[in-house]
Design a protein around this ligand. Structure first.
Ligand code: PEP
Ligand code: MN
Length: 630
């Protein structure tokens, strides 16, 4: 049951109310919405509905008709993000769990771990207690296996996911494991569910072989009802009449689950298909369907694996899969971050504790905010400022360690202000990220397109939606600092003649409605963001560099510079010219090169270029956002 509180409810009243409900034996959850507070009351309801209506501070009582309560989105409208060390499941970065079906021996397990980590896995899987169909099959190494898994965590930094098959293993799980997996065969082992609920560690709950989505969610409800809300659901295929594949992967479960519950959902295409060459296409499909991550079995010698060899990927296949996912993820608003774990370590070590880690221009809900979240992760301390100049200023003065700014858009070209600011400030580029930008027309619920008179957004966004806007020449277009601010402008006016163009996420964040999604002129609308910092990035791997230079006014001057690149087989991926302020008709060139100019054996190139230019500045080497390097 949900209690909607009065808008002016006092803190004391709220606390009193929660106390009263707890005294009645209910589980009480407070949820702070955009403009209202609700309290979820879970348990066997003994009183009449009218009793709750009369409690001080309560404005409305809504029954939750579904049998699951704590896992339901009604009680928790925002998606849950589950933290496992530096990894967050349910956020903007895709989480990939990989490893063998079972831990077989130390050497093979460590070798598999090294390989999957190198390709971008952030959590490691491996069974030490195996629920096998036959009592004569390999049953797992038990505690010895858990010790090997601990060694994997120590060496690679990947958190460990392993299956619990009996409450008797609870102490071992507490000692060795980061995520406790409840296998498909145990999904309705209610004693085990209560046990992992009490453990309090994140739980990966597989869908049962013949479980309906509702039964699966009820199993999750068991865990949450014990006070553990760190549950990750895992679709792993269900039994159907189809025998060509081991199971039938129910991918529709992903969007269904996303609607019904706030819990994150991942997909295991290995057990779902049982056949190696079916794993890649289904993993790609899972990401496209909106899964928060995938879990796949990988083995260096699958033909000799003690369990599930036929469905285990070779490390090379896994690497290929990760490259594919890297390309697919931005389409559904996510990122595969190949530097996920090293980044977390590097950022933690390099940030003075009193400085803000990241600064961006705009407000939460803007595209810069999304880029910052995707690049730096959910837990990075962030601050927002109003302008791009303030981002540069914060980084230059040391107030913030990193800044993130958009540099160019695939539909509308360069963001000139930021090119000029790169010239003005002596900062370096340390990374880049490509974000797919989908624009939506946003307004109040019930707004008809015909009623709209004024539309707010960022001027660049109007350009990106030029084709759609040309169908409505009567609209007044009002420029705002960023897209999320545009949504707040509409929200505060409260009338249906105004709309904003922003991301669908901004609409959700500010409690507004999407009137039309995908109004950008071309679906391939990407913005490239770069990360700026005070000192050049030391740690590798890096494969791209940016420079700024000007050449003298004589024939062949620019050609001389380009010749250095050609002779050294360096690919130039971007060349931009900007007018030099105060020197009419003279230009500064900005070039992006596919090379790490910081490498000892490449430093001569910088020297050669600077000898052929009037002005030369190196602004950093970093890892390309669109390319995988190993
Ligand atoms: C496993 O992940 O190793 C496993 C046994 O999976 P499931 O419970 O989905 O069969
Ligand atoms: Mn398996």
């Amino acid at each position: 049951m949900i209690l909607v509180l009065n808008k002016n409810v006092s803190v004391d009243q709220k606390e009193q109310l929660k106390k009263t409900l707890k005294n009645h034996g209910y589980i009480v959850k407070e949820i702070q919405g955009v403009d209202e507070t609700i309290i979820g009351v879970v348990g066997q309801i003994k009183e009449d509905m009218r009793y709750f209506e009369t409690l001080p501070g309560v404005s409305k009582v809504l029954p939750v008709s579904k049998p699951y309560k704590l896992v339901s989105r009604d009680l928790h409208p925002e998606p849950s993000k589950i933290r496992i060390g530096d990894v967050v499941i349910g956020g903007d970065r895709l989480v990939v769990i990989a490893g063998p079906c079972s831990v077989e021996n130390r050497a093979t397990t460590l070798e598999i771990a090294r390989r999957v980590k190198q390709s971008g896995a952030v959590l490691f899987r491996g069974g030490a207690f195996k629920p096998r169909t036959s009592p004569y099959s390999f049953q797992g190494l038990g505690e010895e296996g858990l010790k090997i898994l601990s060694e994997v965590r120590e060496e690679t930094g990947m958190g460990i996911v392993t299956e619990i098959t009996s409450p008797a293993q609870a102490d071992l799980m507490m000692k060795y494991v980061d995520v406790v997996q409840v296998g498909a065969r145990n999904m309705q082992n209610f004693e085990l569910l209560r046990c992992v609920g009490r453990l309090g560690k994140p739980v990966l709950l597989k869908r049962g072989l013949a479980a309906t989505i509702e039964e699966w969610l009820m199993a999750a409800e068991y865990i949450l009802s014990e006070g553990n809300d760190k549950v990750i659901l895992c679709e792993r295929g269900i039994r159907t009449f189809e025998r060509y594949t081991r199971n039938t992967l129910d991918l529709t479960a992903v969007p269904v689950i996303k609607k019904l519950t706030h819990l994150p959902v991942i997909v295991d295409p290995s057990h779902a298909t049982g056949i190696r060459d079916k794993v890649l296409p289904m993993a790609r499909a899972a990401v496209a369907a909106g899964a928060d991550g995938i879990m796949v079995e990988v083995h260096t010698e699958p033909e000799r694996a003690l369990s599930d060899g036929p469905q285990s990927l070779y490390p090379e296949q896994f690497e290929q899969l990760m490259r594919d996912l890297h390309v697919i993820a931005p389409v559904v608003g996510k990122q595969v971050d190949f530097d996920y774990l090293p980044k977390a370590k590097y950022f933690a070590a390099s940030t003075p504790s009193d400085a803000t880690l990241v600064v961006y221009a705009g407000v939460p809900g803007s595209f810069s905010y999304k880029a910052a979240l995707q690049y730096f992760g959910e837990s990075a301390p962030m601050e927002n400022v109003a302008t791009f100049r303030q981002v540069f200023e914060s980084v230059a003065t040391g107030k913030a360690r990193w800044g993130i700014i958009p540099l160019e858009n695939s539909l509308t070209g360069s963001i000139h202000t930021n090119y000029d600011l790169l010239m003005e400030y002596n900062l370096f580029i340390a990374g880049e990220l490509t974000l797919r930008v989908v624009h939506s027309l946003i307004g109040y619920e019930g707004t008809n397109i015909e009623d709209i008179k004024i539309v707010y957004s960022h001027p660049q966004v109007f350009e990106q939606c030029a084709e759609f806007l040309s169908q409505h020449p009567e609209w007044d277009l009002v420029a705002c600092k960023d897209t999320a601010t545009a949504v707040t402008r509409v929200q505060e006016r409260g009338d249906r003649s105004r709309a904003a163009i922003a991301s669908a996420e901004a609409a959700r964040l500010f409690g507004m409605t999407t009137i039309k999604e995908g109004i950008e002129t071309h679906p391939q609308n990407f913005t490239r963001f770069v990360v700026i910092t005070k000192e050049p990035l030391q740690n590798g791997p890096k494969d791209k560099s940016s420079i700024i230079f000007s050449v003298s006014d004589r024939p062949g001057a620019l050609y001389e510079v380009l010749k250095v690149l050609a002779e050294n087989q360096i690919n130039m991926v971007k060349l931009e010219s900007r007018p030099i302020h105060g020197k009419p008709w003279e230009y500064m060139f900005y070039a992006d090169l596919e090379v790490d100019l910081d490498r000892e054996d490449m430093k001569h190139i910088m020297k050669e270029i600077s000898e052929r230019t009037e002005f030369f500045r190196y602004i950093g080497s970093y890892r390309q956002g669109s390319r995988v390097v190993s």
